[in-house]
Design a protein around this ligand. Structure first.
Ligand code: SAM
Ligand code: SF4
Ligand code: SF4
Length: 367
């Protein structure tokens, strides 16, 4: 099935027709039962990010600018998005293929009704299960999510300065309510909370030091993310990127830092700890220090398409197979075939020209 691109949706949401892969013969030459699944560059499949909705109650300027995602924008209709049962079925197949970690994302995952019911289904899989949220609805939902089996949460917060934060989320949402959400998550046992700050030069880079200061000693970990050229609508320019090395230097001038060894191969954030023992920070340098070499992430979009890279220009339609009566084995072979053919390494080959190419939007594919 080919999805016609809809200009009022993301400018780049084309999804390749996914061939119905035959039950036999879908594997690469020599593949054996039980063999470790690796892509064309030898990378294993370890992480799955699932976008549970393409909708969001924020309009962050770097992600869903309101000039593009305004009243006219057509989000996916209910019937087009995967049900919780469909997601859970696919997740189980992914776990059978070696996935150890599942992150729910979006759009804003907590705007999807009864998300805790999906958490409960995924918790049965015994993987590291986590969620990225803007925190706006967390105070209300943290306990139900924890009770359903969620273990950890990442909350995005770009500034502690209310005026800066309101301008960046572009819906005038106050910082205080996100802080309440973080407290509620910690109280519900979802601590330590990871706090993501996207740093955009001239917009919130003056907030780097105050963020570090505020969360030092709290047990929570702030991760400073380089502003990326995801999608086609945020008007990204290299000049807006604050390199992680600069973030580490700026914080280190106030509070000396030392590097911490990664917990596992392929860890996205580079870790640093305060020499005085007040905890750690992370930096995610997807622009200045690409980590494609160890990238083990597959993404499942809201409407059931597979994406092998955050900067993909197209995906592979799994929903058609899923709703067309495919068996678990057929679905498994289809996923395997997509992963085996994967060659992505966008961040290693990024140029001004690639940055300007149309790509799927992050809110659709899942951040
Ligand atoms: N709505 C949730 C949230 O904001 O946490 C989950 C989805 S959001 C797309 C996932 C993460 O991507 C957030 O931490 C967000 O800050 C980050 N993000 C979005 N656009 C980005 C960009 N252009 N560069 C870097 N990070 C970005
Ligand atoms: Fe929404 Fe998250 Fe994108 Fe902000 S970053 S617009 S909260 S999906
Ligand atoms: Fe992975 Fe693509 Fe990001 Fe490289 S650019 S780390 S391949 S998602």
């Amino acid at each position: 099935m080919i999805f016609e691109p809809d200009e009022r949706r993301s400018p780049a949401r084309n999804i390749d027709a996914m061939k119905v892969i035959p039950i036999h013969g879908a594997r690469g030459p020599g593949a054996q039962e039980g063999e470790r699944l690796a892509d064309a560059r030898g990378r294993p499949l370890r992480d799955l990010r699932i976008s549970v909705t393409d909708r969001c109650n924020f309009r962050c300027v770097y992600c869903m600018p309101r000039e593009v995602f305004g009243h006219e924008y057509k989000f996916l209709p209910h019937g087009a998005i995967l049900s919780f049962e469909e997601i859970a079925r696919l997740a189980r197949i992914f776990v059978g293929l070696g996935v150890k970690k599942i992150r729910l994302t979006g759009g804003e995952p907590l705007v999807r009704r009864d998300l805790h019911q999906l958490i409960a289904q995924l918790a049965e899989l015994g993987v590291d299960l986590t969620l990225t949220t803007n925190g706006s609805l967390l105070a209300k939902q943290a306990q139900a999510l924890a009770d359903a089996g969620l273990k950890r949460v990442t909350v995005s917060l770009d500034s502690l300065d209310d005026a800066v934060f309101r301008a960046m989320n572009d819906v005038a949402f106050p910082v205080a309510r996100v802080l309440e959400g973080i407290e509620a998550a910690a109280a519900a046992g979802l601590a330590p909370v990871k706090i993501n700050m996207v740093v955009k030069r001239g917009t919130n880079d003056q907030e780097i030091a105050p963020m570090a200061r505020h969360w030092r000693g709290s047990g929570h970990v702030v991760r400073f993310i380089e502003y990326m050229d995801v999608g086609s609508s945020n008007g990204w320019r290299m000049d807006d990127v604050v390199p992680s090395a600069e973030v580490v230097r700026r914080i280190g001038e106030e509070y000396p830092l030392e590097p911490v060894d990664p917990e596992y191969r392929g860890e996205v954030a580079e870790r640093w700890r305060y020499r005085d023992g007040a905890g750690e920070i992370g930096v995610i340098s997807s622009v200045t220090q690409a980590f494609c070499r160890d990238c083990s992430r597959m993404r499942l979009s809201t409407e059931g398409a597979l994406y092998t890279c955050l900067f993909a220009q197209s995906g592979h339609d799994l929903k058609n197979l899923l709703r067309g009566g495919a068996s678990d084995e057929q679905l498994r072979e289809a996923i395997e075939a997509v992963w085996r053919a994967r060659e992505d390494r966008y961040s290693e080959i990024r140029t001004a020209e690639t940055a300007a190419r149309p790509k799927v939007e992050m809110s659709y594919i899942g951040g």
